[in-house]
Design a protein around this ligand. Structure first.
Ligand code: ATP
Length: 456
């Protein structure tokens, strides 16, 4: 059993180092010196992200009758971004420092470090020489086709939402939906952030999960509240501690141009309370603007001839911000039998590997044969790993660090009575179960509701 759980010890550096050490996330293009704040995902990172996406998709699409999926292009018609307001207004205020040549977001100087004296904020020392703020558009530009002229200019999408709005009519007609209904999309978005950083929290290329929920105008406020509650529930269901989650409603001055109400679901990251997910009441802004710019009417016409432009409620989040929140929430260090262990107490449903199959003695043919057989059997339905190299304690530690909730150990007793030891990652409790029942044991364990054993 754990002797001593330690108080909150997690820092962003520890998460970065674990992610690298265990092959979740690598700095991108590392052999060329890396490209600042750009990352590649290794095997466990891919599995973790896939689990996050599939749990989101399951909750928003699979388990509901009123939401359908879409997968729109990354490069849309450039007029889309004029209609959406992004060409004109998707910008952050930028200041340059003439001394250290660094650039900062004028509205986030509090979070930045002076290029010469990192203990100071930009502008705080007498050497700092900041320019006046100017607006910097965050959209990445590209050209489409072989001729690089003004007419070929296009943008990498900075959000997936617009690909949903421009398909509103298709879905309405072909999927035969009527409000309230939603369209959900998962895909890459790109923002030329002035100051990316804090590991995956703010990157220039990220995967968004957005859902646009179209409702009769009079019902918008109710659905806005509904989606805040639903999304908060999803995070709690996936094991994030309630004490580390809060909802913060934007004041009118903070809202985007399209918004009639916005609430951030914030998580207490090591950098402080920060936006995990945004839930916005976008009103009829998007459909009205696309109607105006495309001259295609985007409205709902009911069977009795009633017509209106639906209002839109949007929960929007990136896989990256969820991944960081999950890792931070799960990270734990404790002393077990006088040895330190680092463990990721991830919700079993999001854990990259669900179980490890370990022969106690890697050179024992009888144990290895049975362990391989169990592994081959389990991997047909679950993400599992087989490992026979090194001392058993070290193999457990490796699995603890990647958050594997269960380990099945084949030992001497297995050879006698066909039972295996099940080791629980969190409690370290061990019990025995018969070999033929391992798969159903694992299936049941994964289906059960889960709460973190970490203190609030
Ligand atoms: P911020 O204020 O942090 O820049 P935002 O309000 O511009 O974020 P939205 O436009 O509401 O963000 O984007 C929706 C969601 O997409 C955010 O809640 C966040 O989860 C995610 N997101 C936005 N920008 C980034 C980024 N640069 N890196 C990772 N995730 C991001």
């Amino acid at each position: 059993m754990a002797d001593r759980a330690q108080p909150e010890t997690v820092t962003m550096d520890k998460i970065v180092s674990l992610c690298r050490r265990r092959g979740f996330v690598f700095p991108s293009s590392e052999i060329y010196g890396g490209l600042g704040s750009t990352y590649d995902y290794g095997h466990y990172g891919v599995l973790l992200k896939n689990n996050v996406k599939s749990r989101w998709f399951d909750a928003l699409v699979q388990q509901r009758e009123d939401i359908v999926a879409i997968d729109s292009a990354v490069i849309l018609h450039p007029r889309v971004w004029e209609a959406s307001g992004h060409v004109e207004g998707f910008s952050d205020p930028l200041v340059d420092c003439r001394t250290c040549k660094l650039r900062f977001r004028a509205d986030k100087l509090e979070d930045a470090q002076c290029g010469r004296k990192p203990s100071k904020k930009p502008g705080e020392t007498s050497d700092c020489d900041l320019t006046e703020p100017r607006q910097f558009n965050l959209m990445f530009e590209t050209t489409v086709g072989p001729v690089q002229n003004e007419g070929a200019r296009a943008y990498l999408r900075p959000e997936t939402a617009q690909g949903i709005f421009v398909n509103f009519k298709n879905v309405l007609q072909i999927a035969r939906r009527r409000p309230p209904f939603g369209i959900a999309q998962i895909g890459k978005s790109f923002r030329n952030e002035i100051t990316p950083g804090n590991f995956l929290f703010r990157v220039r290329e990220f995967e968004q999960m957005e859902m646009e929920f179209f409702v009769p105008p009079d019902d918008a406020e109710r659905w806005y509240r509904y989606w805040i509650d639903e999304r908060l529930r999803w995070y709690l269901e996936h094991g994030l501690r309630e004490s580390h989650l809060r909802v913060r409603e934007h004041g009118p001055e903070e809202r985007s141009h399209y918004s009639r109400g916005t609430s951030d679901i914030e998580y207490l990251y090591p950098i402080g309370w920060s936006e995990l997910e945004g839930v916005a009441n976008r009103g009829d802004f998007d459909l009205t603007r696309h109607t105006e710019y495309s001259t295609t009417k985007l409205e709902y016409v009911g069977p009795d001839g009633e017509r209106y432009v639906p209002h839109v409620i949007e929960p929007a989040v990136s896989v990256e911000r969820i991944v960081v929140a999950l890792l931070v929430d799960a990270y734990d260090e404790e002393v077990v039998g006088e040895r330190d262990r680092t463990v990721l107490r991830l919700h079993p449903q999001v854990a990259p590997v669900k179980a490890a199959v370990l022969p106690l003695i890697g050179k024992d043919d009888g144990m290895v044969t049975r362990a391989r057989r169990l592994y081959e059997d389990l991997r047909r339905s679950f993400s599992v790993e087989y490992d026979d190299s090194g001392a058993i304690g070290r193999r457990y530690r490796r699995q603890d660090e990647i958050g594997t909730p269960f380990a099945f150990t084949i030992d001497e007793q297995t050879l006698e009575d066909d039972t295996v030891t099940i080791r629980d990652r969190d409690s370290l409790a061990q019990e025995r179960v018969s070999l033929p029942q391992v798969a159903s044991y694992l299936g049941d364990a994964l289906a059960r509701p889960w709460r973190t054993p970490k203190a609030a």
